[in-house]
Design a protein around this ligand. Sequence first.
Ligand code: FMN
Length: 230
Amino acid sequence: MKPHTYRLVFAALLLTMLAVFGIAFTADSEPQNSSLKTDGIGDAKLAEEKMMSKEERIVSKDKKILVVCYSFSRGNTRKIAKQLQTVLDADYAEIEPTHPYPPYGGWNSEVTEQGKREVAAGFMPEIKPLAVNIADYDIIAVGTPTWWFTMAPPMHTFLKSQDWTGKTVIPFMTHGGWPGHVITDIKEYCAGAKFAADMEIQFDSEGGDHMLTSQADIDAWLEGLRKELR
Ligand SMILES: Cc1cc2nc3c(=O)[nH]c(=O)nc-3n(C[C@H](O)[C@H](O)[C@H](O)COP(=O)(O)O)c2cc1C
């Protein structure tokens, strides 16, 4: 082989190695958290975020966090609660009325009228004891479906049966287009608490499980909470 042929082969090898290592580095440095934004933040900020360990991303370890929800018709509220549980690395509990409501089969169901009567009367149905003790937690997310423009009665019972003094509460709710005053009512029933960012999540107006609020809006709320509570 002539000397310039050696040089060509060497250059080709060098380029191949650069390409292989370049790809490997790029793949490794890809952000794990898809919600990390690259636009307008600047490289320094991005590099700082990338260097955070998973543990540092999670809300302060010395705070105990619980997500409590009531979900009835379609599991809509549970679906959001589970996302919160993951992002906040929280414990999870569900409220269950002692006497179950009749099954839901759309707006014309018996439960729709029963719910209306209970809400109008301010009725608080008996609920089963939770498997966890609220007193053990610093931050508690509480989620309910809207029933007749306020929270579902079992959530009313739960909120009124706890001492919220000194707790941080994250109120969230799901609805079918008429959110009413659920968030205001949650805040009223959690006397003595501080409140982190709340969220109203809209599902379809047929009482189904088609979510109309975008997942991007929910992700932005979750990401904001993670930062707010850190
Ligand atoms: C008894 C009852 C009353 C409801 N009242 C309202 C309401 O006032 N406004 C509204 O937007 N949706 C209302 N809905 C719809 C639910 O809030 C909505 O479908 C919610 O996402 C259901 O959540 P879940 O699957 O966690 O139970 C009502 C549903 C039921 C069963």
